[in-house]
Ligand binder design. Structure first.
Ligand code: MN
Length: 323
């Protein structure tokens, strides 16, 4: 299951000495696992790597090897010769670390989002890959780095989370073969599943309860949505990262084609998560509001209050769902 990796990306990784490996905003398991995994692999080749992101580590991912060395924007001291941005569809998704990335002469864009805008001095975008972690696996092998248990746990986590525990259609034979190779190299499926899917904080369950209390379904049952305000996070005692996955709940309703999650960011800004059961391309819907993503999972940040954003997004979602 080796795969041809772009020669220029490989060469840049071989040549680089001091790397800045960057998480995307609101980092998910793919961003975290791929970035930490690549950092560990590069370090095993004698390179220096600083891992940075604009957000703090979501506590559920504290089990990831190398996660204790995540640095915030203020702690990033250059110069770096090469920036690595895995799973990052656009440069500005690096948030507060953006200036440090822009100071790097070489920027590696390693991603699987179809909506990737092609930024960077070297770009590898493979929409057929289930996770950026798949691409990292091929890079680790191509670099001749050792697939240690620590690297394997990171990359396995990237693939498990981005495939919804191998539920989504992105679960290809190739991704399962890579997962098998990672388990063989020392990744424990139970360790990852128990930390990510069988353990949750009280505050996250309280936040979910508040979101489900807002559940609404369109008259013909094809669109369902939930919402949260900053006050909900305060009442539940939950950090922002604990709203991850909430958008999947309204999609579980039988007959729902499009599920939406409205998260109020401020008085005039709402983040919208989109999920599709398969017939509707929600990346196209999110793109109408300046966002993007995958066919079945996408997002955007829309300007306006909750009522106005809801009305705008529901109009296009209902139309797309054929209601
Ligand atoms: Mn991803």
């Amino acid at each position: 299951m080796t795969r041809q990796v772009p020669a220029d990306i490989l060469e840049a990784l071989r040549r680089g000495r001091r790397f800045l490996a960057v998480l995307h905003e609101n980092p998910d398991g793919d961003s975290l696992g791929t970035t930490f995994g690549l950092a560990l692999a590069l370090e095993s080749l004698g390179k220096e790597v600083v891992v940075a992101g604009g957000d703090t580590l979501p506590p559920a991912y504290a089990f990831l090897p190398g996660s204790d060395r995540l640095r915030g924007p203020a702690e990033v001291t250059g110069p770096f010769d090469t920036a690595i941005l895995p799973d990052c569809a656009a440069l500005d998704r690096t948030g507060a670390v953006l200036p440090a990335v822009q100071a790097c002469p070489v920027v590696l864009n390693i991603d699987h989002h179809g909506s990737n805008d092609g930024f960077g001095t070297h770009t590898w975008v493979a929409p057929e890959a289930s996770a950026a972690g798949e691409l990292a696996y091929h890079l680790v092998l191509a670099l001749g780095a050792k697939l240690t248990p620590a690297v394997a746990i990171c990359l396995y986590t990237a693939i498990v989370t981005d495939t919804g525990s191998f539920h989504y259609e992105s679960t290809t034979p190739e991704c399962l073969e890579i997962a098998a190779a990672l388990v063989r190299a020392g990744a424990s499926p139970w360790l990852v599943a128990s930390r990510l899917y069988e353990t949750r904080s009280e505050s996250s369950l309280r936040l979910l309860a508040r979101a489900l209390n807002t559940l609404e379904v369109s008259p013909r049952g094809k669109v369902a949505w939930v919402s949260l305000t900053p006050g909900d996070f305060v009442s539940a005692g939950a950090p922002e990262s604990e709203s991850d996955g909430i958008v999947n709940y309204p999609r579980q309703i039988d007959g729902v084609e499009v599920a939406l999650f409205f998260r109020v960011l401020g008085p005039d800004q709402v983040r919208v998560g989109f999920r599709s059961r398969g017939r509707v391309d929600v990346a196209a819907l999110a793109a109408r509001f300046g966002g993007g993503g995958h066919t079945k999972a996408a997002g955007c940040v829309a300007a306006g209050g909750l009522g106005a954003v809801k009305a705008k997004v529901l109009q296009v979602a209902l139309e797309a769902a054929g209601e």
